[in-house]
Design a protein around this ligand. Structure first.
Ligand code: ADE
Length: 236
């Protein structure tokens, strides 16, 4: 998979992309992540990317020119057209299902806006899908782009080393993940449940599923509601 990121702050990505699973996935050639600085596409001596809003009001608005030029340049970097995504709090809410969907793409082009807003012609003209990572406002699309890349790349085959590891993740079956334990067997008077030490794999699988259902009911009943509603509508 190839991921292009259009941003005014490429340095922000260095650390998250340079550690752990993302680092390994890049080194192993599972994902090629290419950063392009929108500011490199300005034409004035001040390298200006934003201006005051027409009609007045606070803050600055990102101008369409540099972003369009940057996008057109980036698109030509690879023959694959790619799926263009604009990160904005006005977008469709990102979730595990969307992560799975994006992990099947050959190329993603993530556009991270900054400042108080984007000129509306960016949204209209780029014809990009809009995605939000939640109902709160961040200072820009960089953190959302990192969230998306992290959640998508760990779903690529071989990214986690152990093939099965992402299947049991929270949300992948519409449920929270079952509780996990490792050594020691007793820690501060808390004991690992006997069943996990029993070696009975069928019983363990059944216990884990039950636990996943119970904790979802307790902590995220909305997930079960969502599943019920989807089942009633015949969706999966
Ligand atoms: N940019 C600012 N806030 C955002 C959010 N919640 N999701 C995606 N992009 C954003």
């Amino acid at each position: 998979m190839r991921v292009d990121i259009l941003t005014l702050f490429p340095e922000m990505f260095e650390s998250p992309l340079g550690h752990s699973i993302l680092k390994r996935a890049r080194e192993n050639g599972l994902v090629d992540i290419v950063l392009t600085n929108i500011r490199d596409f300005t034409k004035d001596t001040f390298r200006k990317v934003d201006d005051k809003p027409y009609g007045g009001g606070p803050g600055m608005v990102m101008m369409p020119g540099p972003l369009f030029d940057c996008f057109e340049h980036v698109q030509k970097l690879s023959p694959e057209k790619g799926r263009a995504i604009l990160l904005t709090p006005q977008g469709q809410k990102f979730d595990q299902k969307k992560a799975l969907e994006l992990s099947a793409e050959k190329r993603l082009i993530l556009i991270a806006g900054r400042y108080e807003g984007l000129d509306e012609r960016i949204r209209i003209g780029l014809d990009a899908e809009q995605i939000s990572i939640g109902d709160y406002v961040l200072s820009g699309g960089e953190l959302p782009a990192m969230v998306i890349i992290d959640s998508v790349v760990r779903l690529l085959p071989d990214a986690l080393g152990d093939e099965d590891s992402s299947k049991d993740d929270s949300f992948s079956a519409g449920l929270l993940e079952y509780p996990q334990y490792t050594r020691p067997e007793v820690f501060r008077d808390m004991k690992v449940p006997d069943i996990l030490l029993s070696g009975d794999h069928a019983k363990i699988a059944q216990w884990r599923r039950q636990q996943a259902i119970e904790r979802t009911k307790k902590w995220r009943p909305d997930l079960l509601e969502d599943n019920n509603n989807k089942n009633e509508r015949g969706e999966h």
